[in-house]
Design a binder for this molecule. Structure first.
Ligand code: PEP
Length: 257
């Protein structure tokens, strides 16, 4: 089954209001001009969601949060709810990014709860999974078992219909994020195939064959065409290289006919 590619940019904690607006306008210009048969998603920092939403108005570019609260509302100082993201025009959100797991204390259980909250509130979700360097050093089989465990824990409360409607998976080996190291395309494709088989085991072949699985980890203008050329890889989640229109634009166009 052919799956439409998704090119997603995670701006992390970068830019200011002016820079975010300028970058959003530049991405809009690129997408409106090229009109490629691919989806684009941008995840700016929370304070710039509104300004970026305005800059993207009238385009098919999907706006996303970088995270969300597991709670619906209430006394949770510093947190941002699914409803707030929707109110600001978000289509989706990242969930379980390794930087939230590492610095924000997100456990598998938190990730499961956030994923359910996002999807049941009407957001689409990009669920991030990936092994650390220390797990990777123990071998490919151990890495696959680890990532499969993260996936199963995150999906534990979701129905097949919910996954079909709103879920995308991003395989992001932690050792490749922001390091300039990337998984080889063949290693990434093998992990994607394993994740797809895991989804088939957990739910069904039908869901597995339609679910998008992105790769993330030091994707840049030079390696994007090779990565996007692998049939198991349905798009990319890009951090550092999404902050400049030159590199993000090149990634958006990479490998397109
Ligand atoms: C990310 O933030 O999800 C990511 C993959 O970052 P980078 O592209 O900078 O490695």
């Amino acid at each position: 089954m052919s799956r439409r590619l998704l090119i997603a940019g995670n701006w992390k904690m970068n830019l200011d209001s002016r820079g975010a607006t300028a970058l959003a306008r530049a991405v809009k210009h690129e997408i409106v001009q090229r009109k490629l048969d691919r989806d684009v998603m941008l995840a700016p920092p929370y304070p710039y969601l509104d300004t970026v939403a305005r800059a993207l108005e009238g385009t098919p570019i999907l706006l996303a949060g970088q995270d969300l609260s597991r709670h619906e509302s209430g006394a949770f100082t510093g947190e941002v709810s699914a409803g707030m993201l929707i109110d600001l025009g978000c289509h989706g959100t990242l969930v379980g990014h390794s930087e939230r797991r590492e610095h924000g204390g997100d456990t598998d259980d938190t990730v499961r709860a956030k994923l359910e909250r996002a999807i049941r509130s009407g957001l689409s979700a990009v669920l991030c999974v990936g092994e650390s360097e220390s797990v990777r050093e123990t071998g490919a089989a151990a890495s696959m078992a680890f990532v499969e465990g993260q996936l199963a824990a995150a999906l534990a409360g979701l129905t097949e219909e919910e996954c079909a409607k709103a879920l995308t998976i991003a395989y992001e080996p932690v050792w490749a994020i922001g390091t300039g190291k990337t998984a080889s395309t063949s290693d990434a494709a093998a992990m994607h195939a394993h994740l797809r088989a895991s989804v088939a085991n957990l739910y069904s072949e039908a869901l597995a064959s339609r679910l998008r699985i992105l790769y993330g980890g030091s994707v840049n203008a030079a390696n994007a065409a090779d990565i996007l050329g692998a049939s198991e890889i349905d798009g990319v989640l890009v951090g550092g290289a999404s902050l400049k229109i030159e590199s993000f634009g090149t990634i958006y166009r990479a490998g397109a006919a």
